[in-house]
Design a protein around this ligand. Structure first.
Ligand code: SF4
Length: 371
């Protein structure tokens, strides 16, 4: 409990100062609660709460250019539905979103002028946020904005940014637009602009807490958070879903849902046999959750679809078939450590869907034998 006391002292100490947040109608208490929540998401010690507060109180708001290409707009929706802080807090107080086609008032030439003005005035210091995949086929002709291809715009905007944050799996790795046979040649930002500093926040949609925490890290430390080999921040993607899942005790006890709606399903047992991909997926869904932290797919009774992993639509489908057995990793393993094991188990699933289907069928046979 000593840590909590220290934390309370620090919070009280910081409460003595005043700042622009109070002037804008946000109480000091709520502001510090937000800073403390961010330190928790980032897995930082509570002693850094004052430093986070200081960074967020800096008058110089970072400019953000939010690009949207091949996407369902789910990540913009997630931002607009964000509860903590509200979208108004983010947009008006922490960030200066100077270009976001879906939510900005300007359109057409005015909008493009706003983007150019921001890039010129804030070169090397603005944050680029990308939503959606970038099509590279036919010289980028599958997605054009203002007469320019998404590929051109991505290279220009991300190439001049302090850092690029990809929101959602499509911007991170190509996502569903890149699923086989990938007719538009869709790729993620890192493949489109190999030299850019990219922080991947995959998931369908992005968890806004993770987005805000990444921005807070950039503002507080001036650098991106530590990432895994797939460019994902370790604070959010360092642990397997399976290891933090509330249904894990049922997995360990061999208590599985066998049919949708059966007694085990109603009792909240493990969804492994119904196709849950939690054992191969890294994300903090079980702790951060969605909808004001009230729910995530597994708590709602549906297995994890593996949507925060690269090429999940090819490697994790069929969604309702159980995973092949993936030996050789335990609770403490990281995504990088088990990468080879998963690659072998899914048998070059990235693009070779038939092989994976065969594996799934093999496991179905095993299930039948077990049954
Ligand atoms: S529901 Fe999925 S993530 Fe949860 S314990 Fe079962 S297999 Fe693992």
């Amino acid at each position: 409990m000593a840590g909590n006391d220290d934390g309370n002292d620090l919070v009280k100490q910081h409460c003595k100062s005043s700042g622009t947040w109070e002037e804008q109608g946000i109480s000091r208490r709520d502001f510090l609660k937000f800073c403390t929540a961010m330190s928790a998401v980032l897995a930082l010690p509570v002693t850094l709460v004052p430093r986070i507060a200081e960074a967020l109180e800096d008058d110089k708001r970072p400019s953000v250019i939010w690009l949207e290409f091949q996407s369902c707009t789910g990540d913009t929706e997630a931002l607009l539905r964000a509860a903590n802080p509200t979208v108004a807090d983010i947009v008006l107080d922490v960030l200066s979103v100077d270009y976001a086609e879906t939510i900005m008032a300007a359109a057409g030439f005015q909008a493009e002028a706003a983007r150019h003005a921001t890039m010129k005035a804030r070169s090397g210091t603005y944050i680029a946020v990308v939503e959606g995949a970038i099509p590279t086929g036919a010289n980028g002709a599958y997605c054009c904005i203002g007469g320019r291809s998404a590929l051109d715009i991505t290279r220009e905007v991300c190439g001049g940014a302090m850092a690029t944050i990809t929101v959602g799996t499509c911007a991170s790795y190509g996502g569903i637009p890149a699923a086989a046979p990938n007719p538009t040649g869709a790729v993620g930002v890192k493949d489109a602009v190999p030299g850019a500093t990219v922080i991947n926040l995959p998931g369908c949609p992005v968890n806004t807490d993770n987005l805000v925490a990444t921005v807070v890290h950039l503002l507080t430390f001036g650098s991106p958070p530590a990432t895994d080999g797939k460019g994902r921040p370790l604070f959010a993607y360092g642990k397997r879903i399976h290891d933090n899942c509330e249904r894990r005790p049922h997995f360990d006890a061999g208590q599985y849902v066998e049919q949708w709606g059966d007694q085990a399903h109603r009792a909240g047992h493990c969804l492994y046999k119904m196709g849950c991909k939690g054992p191969e997926t890294f994300h903090n869904c079980p702790s951060q959750r969605y909808n004001e932290k009230t729910a995530w797919p597994v708590s709602a009774g549906h297995g994890c679809a593996g949507c925060s992993e690269p090429h999940f639509w090819d490697s994790m489908t069929p969604l309702y078939k159980r995973l092949p057995n993936v030996p050789g990793f335990g609770i403490e393993a990281t995504a990088d450590q088990i990468g080879l094991g998963i690659a072998a188990a899914t048998a070059a699933a990235f693009g070779i869907h038939g092989v994976v289907s065969a594996l799934r069928k093999g496991n179905d046979s095993d299930d039948e034998k077990e049954g």
